[in-house]
Write a protein that binds this ligand. Structure first.
Ligand code: NCD
Length: 356
């Protein structure tokens, strides 16, 4: 088959997964569906080891000694606070040298260089490229480009347009796993409600796909009519045989859920300011709605938030979104350790040096 992006982008997921692997393991991280249950459990376990190692000065020194010979490029041309900083800190924890381009107006893009040529250039200087880009397929294209070069380096998708945000989904799974670790079946059998802009929220798309890896999980998607999940996700979820329902009435389900995943209106993707006409208030998590939730349920939000999540909720023990941010740093450090094959060293150090 001739090498064109068009025919690669059209391949089925199972074929793409193979192209994103090397030596029998994940090499490029582009889609949530690359992660099966085994690797999810493994990453959560390793993230906990890494997080606990980082509690002591000796542990931090050990982590920093793991990858001082490696470098990572953070190429973030879409706005970012958490994802950028947590990846940066993840690299720093592992002793990785970092570089970044965030503002294309001061790079050779202004001289007319294409973004894909820019990425090829970064790959000459770095060992990993972490990228956030407005175009849904861009990270995937870069991964295929790398596969064709003499010096392929991993591409890590840190948010692709309205498409996917796989590392957010990993940290969300880690947050769920930690929150329900004393429950016999962990994440299995939970009822999770996603609320808000489910049409354009990439975190929702990636996390709901990872939830198909857990038995008996039920999902409720609560969104205004025009912001319901898209058909491609519906098809994927049906194919995975996960139990999901869609509603415009959050209040019908709020008392039954184990976790709510609140999202903001993604109005940066509006074409004609159409979000302004939507009544989003039925999808706000207010104190009144919180009252009706189970006492052991949790509240998640990928952040940033606006009015959909009242700040008064922050002090409720069910609010998990600040911890969720910090979990992101540990999960991202773990994923990078895995990509560079030092995850085993993290577990070995933990087994020999950390006692509960
Ligand atoms: C999200 C994103 O960028 O998709 N933020 C994040 O990475 N935590 C969600 C959002 O912007 O609403």
């Amino acid at each position: 088959m001739p090498y064109t992006y068009e025919n690669l982008l059209a391949l089925p997921s199972s074929e793409k997964n193979k192209l994103l692997m090397r030596d029998g393991k994940i090499f490029h991280v582009i889609f949530a569906q690359q992660f099966d249950r085994k690797i999810l459990d493994y990453l959560c376990q390793t993230a906990t080891a890494l997080r606990k190692i980082a509690k002591t000065q000796e542990g931090v020194s050990f982590l920093r000694s793991l990858l001082p010979h490696k470098s990572a490029m953070l190429y973030f041309t879409q706005p970012s606070t958490r994802t950028y900083l947590s990846f940066l800190r993840a690299c720093q924890y592992l002793g990785i040298n970092d570089g970044s381009v965030r503002d294309p107006s001061i790079s050779s893009a202004v001289k007319g260089e294409t973004d894909i040529d820019g990425v090829r250039t970064f790959s000459s200087y770095f060992d990993l490229i972490i990228m956030r880009h407005a175009k849904n397929e861009f990270a995937e294209q870069c991964a295929y480009l790398m596969n064709e070069t003499d010096r392929p380096i991993p591409i890590l998708n840190a948010g692709a347009g309205t498409g996917e945000h796989p590392t957010q989904a990993l940290l969300d799974i880690y947050t769920l796993q930690r929150s329900f670790e004393t429950r016999e079946k962990g994440i299995e059998g939970l009822h999770i409600a996603f609320m808000g802009d489910l049409a354009r929220g990439r975190t929702v798309r990636s996390l709901s796909q990872l939830l198909t890896r857990y038995k008996d999980v039920r999902i409720t998607f609560a969104a205004p009519e025009s912001l319901r999940i898209r058909d491609d996700l519906r098809t994927t979820l049906k194919g995975a045989q996960i139990d999901f329902t869609e509603t415009e009435n959050l209040d019908e389900v709020i008392k039954d859920v184990d976790a709510v995943y609140v999202t903001r209106v993604q109005d940066e993707h509006d074409v004609n300011n159409e979000s302004a006409a939507i009544d989003y208030t039925p999808f706000h998590l207010t104190l009144a709605r919180l009252e009706r939730m189970k006492k052991d349920a949790i509240i998640m939000h990928p952040m940033p938030r606006r009015h959909e999540l009242e700040p008064e909720i922050d002090s409720d023990p069910r609010a998990m979104y600040w911890r969720q941010e910090r979990n992101g740093m540990w999960m991202r450090a773990t994923l990078i350790a895995y990509l560079f094959n030092v995850d085993g060293d993290v577990l070995d150090y933990y087994a020999s040096n950390c006692h509960e």
